[in-house]
Design a binder for this molecule. Structure first.
Ligand SMILES: *[C@@H]1O[C@H](CO)[C@@H](O)[C@H](O)[C@H]1NC(C)=O
Ligand SMILES: *[C@@H]1O[C@H](CO)[C@@H](O)[C@H](O)[C@H]1NC(C)=O
Length: 153
């Protein structure tokens, strides 16, 4: 009897453990590339000479799992990115963030810009619509959404 209880507990632990391992696997290739593209963009709008300080764990080496990159959270079941927290990015003054770069992330629900000094967010492909999927947007005090379409019309 005791043996059975023990076995049951053992199985439950195994399942929990496997679930965790699954959750920590790399994100899908398309999103990994999109994260690297995002990093490339962030470096392009950062102050000169700072690239080494910008998201240093986001590297294109096959051994690093992108769900473990700094600021990135993934869904345990789908392995898709669900949250991105950008940290301090040493940006040039008056930098705008192009939200279109987040379109490849179908399950992103939470963005944290609270530590970066973006002056505005914009999306020249979908406009405000791209924010509607988010459940949580953390921004600095001065961040606004810039609608280029509204200005050009
Ligand atoms: C990542 O590395 C692979 C293989 O070395 C290469 O084909 C790919 O273009 C790289 N991606 C980026 C975004 O640098
Ligand atoms: C924003 O990003 C999208 C997708 O990569 C691109 O097509 C668009 O040209 C970018 N807009 C600007 C102003 O850089």
């Amino acid at each position: 009897m005791e043996g059975k209880v023990f076995l049951g507990q053992y199985l439950i632990w195994m399942m929990v453990l496997l679930g965790q391992l699954h959750g920590y696997k790399g994100c899908i290739q398309k999103e990994r590339n999109a994260l690297l593209e995002l990093k490339h963009y962030l470096i392009s709008i950062s102050e000169k000479g700072q690239p080494d300080y910008i998201l240093p764990t986001w590297t294109n080496d096959t051994k690093s799992h992108c769900c473990r990159w700094e600021g990135v959270k993934c869904s345990r079941t789908s392995r898709r990115v669900t949250k991105i927290a950008f940290g301090d990015l040493y940006l040039k003054e008056n930098s705008f963030f192009n939200l279109s770069l987040l379109h490849p992330f179908e399950e992103v629900r939470s963005l944290d810009f609270s530590e970066c000094a973006f002056s505005a967010l914009f999306d020249d492909m979908e406009g405000y619509k791209s924010l509607s999927r988010l459940r949580n947007l953390e921004t600095g005090p001065t961040l606004r959404f810039w609608e280029p379409m509204a200005i050009s019309m």
